[in-house]
Design a protein around this ligand. Sequence first.
Ligand code: PLP
Ligand code: COI
Length: 353
Amino acid sequence: MKIEKIIQSRIVEMDFNNIIFGNQYSDHMFCCEFENEEWKNSIIKPFGNIILSPVSLVFHYGQAVFEGMKAYKDKNEEVFLFRPKENFKRINRSAIRLEIPPIPEKIFMNGLKKLIDIDRNWIPKNYGQSLYIRPFIIATSGVLSAQPSKNYMFIIISTPADTYYKNPLKIKIEEKYSRSASGGVGFTKAAGNYASSFYPTRLANEKGFDQILWTDSSTHTIIEESGTMNVFFYLNNKLITPKANDNILSGITCKSILSLAKKEGIFVEERNLSVSEIIKGLKTGELKEAFGCGTAAVINYFKTISYKEDDFYLPDIEEKKRISFYLKKRLLDIQHNLSEDPFGWRVQLKRFL
Ligand code: PLP
Ligand code: COI
């Protein structure tokens, strides 16, 4: 792999006391191209603009997929990735569904590990902070007819990250718009899934909600996920999350929480969860907590859930007594190498250079 290092690091411009998600990017990026049926030309180079033809397929037909993952530091400033193989597998599941050629594991992992090693100074040191890593693939062939591209770029960039959502969330159960449908691409991290959520999310924001709680597209009676998060409900002393299907992105944080909760003896269920069950739980008080989880969001609890014209407040439990707080701490402790890693999730980054 070719490595072209930046002459003068931009890290002096980075304010680690005021980390704003996506405001500044680390010094380098990893790039690789798909050409003549082969992924090749791996290179790490200074972060910078890329030049593409205006007819590149990505601009017209949205052939693009991405991932989101994080690198953490421990007290000795050793660096750890969290379950990177899961992101590797998921970007290829997304790629295949979007008719994009899958990335070989070696290219993904070597590019990722070398890039983060070179940019390790960009990883914030504090608990809960991390370097958010964004691998993505775009279709680059300049052809205006609607067809899969022959050429692609796979790029990895990164940005220092702190808390994504600052406050407990106000959530609205969606009854009109949908983010996905059976047989569609909801289970992928296709760029277009996010584009299509912006309009209904803005409408919800204008009414004072932070996020939409998506429901199934045909009946709007089954809970799916929320914003960029999978969701959990602590209902009747059980921690319940909608079972992943082709409408729902199978989240790595969600899978990790399920494993952690089971290990802690918390009763968990992955199953269809209806809107009426949630509303009943809100009315009777049997729904004690609800929260969303994801790589960027980590774990964020819901303050209110609104349905039709009614706003329901979840019980006002002290933060540290919440199941969501407990699980978040268990997860972050593993990510920051502060506790045992019983599931083998941490991948320590060796110093290559
Ligand atoms: N659902 C959607 C739509 C997302 O964008 C994300 C974020 O990646 C998640 C769920 C959570 O997935 P993960 O925990 O793998 O980040
Ligand atoms: C993630 O959590 O990795 C996401 O993809 C969220 C992102 C859209 C900010």
